[in-house]
Design a protein around this ligand. Structure first.
Ligand code: GLN
Length: 190
């Protein structure tokens, strides 16, 4: 198995390092040809407008959509926005996941926060809380079609969704030492 990390902008190196620490073959992806042969792709957090504009400039939009119709893609934070069908404003989107997102839904940079969540579908998820890091994060404001809610906050706001092999999380699993979300994604990609 080999997993790519889209490296246009954002914290792709952190995802790459988590994959390496799990002993998974990992590949930095900047160009369409580098998608060849991958089993899955992670789109990191960063700035979704920038990631989208660079993907257009590098002719990646079509190849990424094609990839996502067959293979696993996981978008974290800005990556989740980029995967969505609707970000409620005009920016390049992959339109792969039937989710609507609300950007910067928790407020500005100073309103970034961390929270322990119970995530039953992760290994030991019922017993060992998952520490989730939200940095100027979006929420998933609506899930429709084939997409399903995976995780919400205690107040009911949706922060993770799944649609087949496509996964979207509002938070940043690459910024903690807990690799259980990466392991979950590797199972989807396998
Ligand atoms: N605020 C960014 C956006 O809307 C996402 C932030 C992040 O990825 N941590 O694109």
């Amino acid at each position: 198995m080999e997993i790519g990390v889209l490296a246009l902008q954002g914290d792709f190196i952190e995802h790459y390092k988590v994959l390496q620490s799990l002993g998974v073959a990992a590949r930095i992806v900047k160009l369409p040809a580098q998608l060849e042969g991958l089993d899955g792709l992670i789109i990191p957090g960063g700035e979704s407008t920038t990631i989208g504009k660079l993907a257009v400039a590098y002719d990646l939009m079509g190849p990424l959509r094609e990839f996502g119709r067959q293979k696993a893609i996981w978008g974290t934070c800005a990556g989740a926005i980029f995967l969505s069908k609707d970000a409620q404003r005009d920016q390049p989107l992959l339109n792969l996941m039937e989710i609507e997102v609300e950007r910067n839904a928790f407020g500005r940079q100073v309103d970034s926060f961390e929270i322990d969540l119970s995530v039953p579908f992760l290994e030991d998820g019922g017993d060992v809380p998952y520490h989730a890091v939200f940095i100027r994060a979006p929420i998933i404001s609506r899930v429709f079609g084939q997409a399903e809610v995976l995780l919400d906050l205690p107040d009911g706001r949706i922060v993770a969704a799944q649609q087949g092999k496509l996964l979207a999380t509002s938070f940043h699993p690459e910024l903690t030492s807990d690799a259980r979300f990466h392991q979950y994604f590797l199972e989807l990609a396998a």
